[in-house]
Ligand binder design. Structure first.
Ligand SMILES: Nc1nc2c(ncn2[C@@H]2O[C@H](COP(=O)(O)OP(=O)(O)OP(=O)(O)O)[C@@H](O)[C@H]2O)c(=O)[nH]1
Ligand SMILES: [Mg+2]
Length: 391
C-alpha cells in the first residue's frame, strides 16, 4: 500500500537538479531553449518573442481538425454505452472492494445483523470513510428494521441507488473544447508515483482520438527519467513533447510549451510536473510559480489543474487534496489504480469532503484504461445488480 511513499522522495526544498547528459542531449534536440528566469519570461511575454527552435518541433497538428465532428463519432464509438459498462465491470470486478462486497452478498442471503455488520466493515475497510459509511448504514438499518426490503437483492438496489446519488454531483466531465481556448491548458499535479505521467499519456491518446491537436510539456525536470517517460508516451501517440536540457526550470519549460502551442494553434497542452509532498515547500512554491508564469501569456491558464490521486492511498487522499488546493488550486481530480485495489471507496470520501469534479479514473495501465468518470458505471462495476440475485 501507499506506493508513492516507497519511492525515495527528493530532498525537501531542493533546487532542480541537472539532467544527465544523455537525456539532456535528447531533450535539447527537441527544445533547445535555455532555462528562463521570471524576468526573462516577463520580457518574452511582453515582447511576444518567438521561441528559438520552435520550428524544429514535429508538427503534431498535421491532419488534426479543430472543428472535426468525426471526433464525436470516434469518441462515441469508444464510449459506446454497453461496451463501456462492460469494461468498467471487467476492470473493477477484480478489485478487493468489489470482491469483498460480492462475497458478503453471496454468504448472507438473509438480511440479519451479521450481514449488516459485515457490510459496514467492508465499506470502512475500502476507505469509504466513517461519515459516509455511518450515513449509509444508519439508513439501511432503519429500512431493514421497517422490513422495507424483501431480500438482499432489494437492499442491494437501494444501496446502489444511494451510492450513485452520492457520486452524481462530482460526475462533471472535463470539456477541453469549452470556451474555444487555444490551447486549453491542463496542469497535472500530485504526490510521487500516483500516475501523473501515465495519465497524461492516456489523455494524449484520448484527445488524439477525438482529432484534437495535443502538445505535452515535460515539466517534471526533477527526475531525468520523467522526460524520457513522457517522450515515450508522446512517440506512441504521435504527439510532440516540449522538454529542456540540463538545469531546466519547470516553469520555463511549461511557459515555452504554452508559447509553442499558441504559435501552432494547438488545441490542448498538457503539462507534467514532478511528484511532490506537501512538506516540500520549495516544490510547492514551484507550482505557484508555474501558475504565475503561465498567467503572463494567458491570465486564465492553466484552465484545469488536475490533481491525480492514487486510489489505493486511502484516507491520506483527503490530506493531499487539501494541500494541493491551498498551494495551487485544484479544479478536477483523477483517481488512478482503481483496478485491483481494496480501497476504491476513497472516491466516496473525496466526493463527500470536497465535491470537486472527478474528471477521470484510471482502471489499468494501458492507454485506453482512463475512463471519463461515470457514477452509474463505477457503482455498477463495484456492485453489479446480479450480486443480489437480480438480473
Ligand atoms: N494498475 C494501474 N496502474 C497505474 C494506473 N495509473 C498509473 N499506474 C502505474 O503507476 C506507476 C506510476 O505511474 P507514473 O505515471 O510514473 O506516476 P507519476 O505520478 O508520474 O510518478 P512521479 O513522476 O514519480 O511522481 C506506473 O507503474 C504506472 O503504470 C492505473 O490506473 N492502474
Ligand atoms: Mg511522473
Amino acid at each position: 500500500m501507499l506506493k508513492f511513499w516507497k519511492k525515495k522522495p527528493p530532498a525537501a526544498d531542493q533546487a532542480t537538479p541537472p539532467v544527465p547528459a544523455s537525456v539532456a542531449a535528447d531533450a535539447a534536440a527537441t527544445a533547445p531553449a535555455p532555462p528562463l528566469d521570471e524576468a526573462a519570461i516577463d520580457a518574452i511575454a511582453g515582447g511576444g518573442t518567438d521561441i528559438a527552435g520552435a520550428d524544429a518541433y514535429a508538427d503534431d497538428a498535421g491532419g488534426a481538425l479543430s472543428d472535426g465532428d468525426p471526433a464525436d463519432a470516434a469518441a462515441a464509438a469508444d464510449e459506446d454505452e454497453a461496451p463501456a459498462r462492460r469494461s468498467w465491470r471487467d476492470r473493477l470486478a477484480g478489485s478487493g472492494f468489489a470482491r469483498g462486497l460480492a462475497s458478503i452478498f453471496k454468504r448472507h442471503p438473509l438480511l440479519d445483523d451479521a450481514f449488516l455488520d459485515e457490510l459496514e466493515t467492508c465499506l470502512l475497510t475500502a476507505d469509504v470513510g466513517v461519515a459516509t459509511t455511518t450515513d449509509l448504514m444508519d439508513d439501511l438499518r432503519r429500512r431493514v428494521g421497517k422490513r422495507e426490503f424483501a431480500d438482499a437483492g432489494a437492499l442491494l438496489d437501494a444501496l446502489r441507488a444511494d451510492l450513485v446519488a452520492r457520486l452524481k454531483p462530482v460526475e462533471q466531465p472535463l470539456d477541453v473544447g469549452a470556451g474555444g481556448r487555444k490551447p486549453f491548458v491542463i496542469l497535472t499535479v500530485g504526490v510521487n508515483g500516483v500516475g501523473k505521467t501515465t495519465t497524461i499519456g492516456k489523455l494524449a491518446h484520448r484527445y488524439k482520438n477525438e482529432y484534437r491537436s495535443v502538445l505535452l510539456a515535460a515539466g517534471d525536470t526533477f527526475r531525468a527519467a520523467a522526460v524520457e517517460q513522457l517522450q515515450t508516451w508522446g512517440t506512441r501517440n504521435a504527439v510532440s513533447v516540449i522538454a529542456q536540457g540540463s538545469g531546466a526550470d519547470s516553469a520555463s519549460v511549461i511557459f515555452d510549451a504554452l508559447q509553442t502551442a499558441r504559435s501552432r494553434g494547438t488545441e490542448v497542452l498538457i503539462a507534467d510536473t514532478a511528484g511532490r509532498l506537501h512538506t516540500q515547500a520549495g516544490l510547492m512554491d514551484e507550482l505557484a510559480k508555474i501558475r504565475r508564469v503561465l498567467g503572463k501569456i494567458d491570465p486564465e491558464a492553466p484552465h484545469e489543474v488536475l490533481l491525480v490521486i492514487d486510489g489505493t492511498t486511502g484516507q491520506n487522499a483527503i490530506n493531499q487534496v487539501r494541500t494541493f488546493r491551498e498551494a495551487i488550486g485544484v479544479t478536477g481530480l483523477v483517481v488512478t489504480k482503481l483496478d485491483g485495489t481494496a480501497k476504491g471507496g476513497v472516491v466516496f470520501a473525496l466526493a463527500r469532503e470536497f465535491g470537486l469534479p472527478i474528471r477521470y479514473v484510471g482502471l489499468g495501465e494501458r492507454a485506453a484504461d482512463l475512463r471519463v468518470f461515470e457514477a452509474n458505471a463505477f457503482v455498477d462495476g463495484l456492485l453489479p445488480a446480479s450480486l443480489g440475485g437480480h438480473g
